[in-house]
Design a protein around this ligand. Sequence first.
Ligand code: NAD
Ligand code: AKB
Length: 314
Amino acid sequence: MNKRSNVLVTGAGGQIGAELVEALRKVNNIVYPSDISIPDNPPDHFLQLDVLDKKRMKEIVQEYKIEEIFHLAAILSAKGEENPMLAWRVNLESVLTVLELAAEFKLFKVFIPSSIAIFGPSTPKINTPQNTVTDPDTVYGITKLTGERWCSYYHQKRGVDVRSLRYPGLVGYKTLPGGGTTDYAVDIFHKALETGHYDCFIGEDVAMPMMYMPDAIRATIELLQAPQEQLTVDSSYNLAAMSFTPKQITEAIQKHIPDFTISYQPDFRDQIARSWPSSIDDSSARKDWNWQPEYDLDKMTADMLSRLKTIKGL
Ligand code: NAD
Ligand code: AKB
């Protein structure tokens, strides 16, 4: 990310966008957050943009002299299974639009996130390597994997400086998640404080890689600030911080709320979760741009509960 860029963020009303926009404003001149839906309190310079509207996206790039795009708009894993064709279009047509605009207007950089969802049932589950079997069996995972290949292609063939992270499940207190499989790890904190009980849609023993939002935002900024010549991965970097099961996060919450209880009613998201890695090897990110997470499960749990208590006035 350039210190003096005009930056467009798509899908800015979502879980990551709501926090990334603030962080980008601290290091960039002008940030234009955009989304298909207009938020209740739109941030400064907000633009309404459906990422399937190629003409409007091109107009915005020209009119606002955009130099970097953070392309966050997407349909996540659970919602994607409910509407596969919409997920295919939103998650892939828009990636090609962004990459084409980056090539045509010689944008300084673009960021297009990927996910642990690119892995599948045949992928090694523990310490999943950077390069390994990828056989996603969700439409979301298929779109993210294809998107990664397009990023690599545009970097190699068209010289686009496109960067990407395979985010694990993200946990934050500022917004609710947008329809993924890892959403339970946010919902559980709200229910722990509101009712003292959570009915979990993932089985108690399913471990998934997770990360606290401040780490995810910092990783994004650090990757974008890294010199291009240090980067050895042009598809998307594995990124890790912690892994836990619903049982383990319950125990972490019970250290603060001893009466908190959980029950389990696994649904279709449990099958998706079981097809994803349990833990991730992010040694390429650590080596290439010195990635180091700050939050583990206990540290994240303490911070989440204290921040949500304040927000909820408890
Ligand atoms: P989210 O679902 O919270 O937000 C996505 C935003 O995109 C929403 O505000 C939605 O209104 C918007 N959107 C949907 N369709 C659109 C369209 N046609 N045009 C414009 N905007 C549209 O998602 P998020 O959690 O903020 O994820 C952002 C990115 O990070 C996505 O690419 C996602 O795949 C990736 N990611 C997220 C996680 C996570 O745990 N949050 C993990 C891995 C990868
Ligand atoms: C989801 O569960 O779909 C997302 C992701 C891990 O990509 N949170």
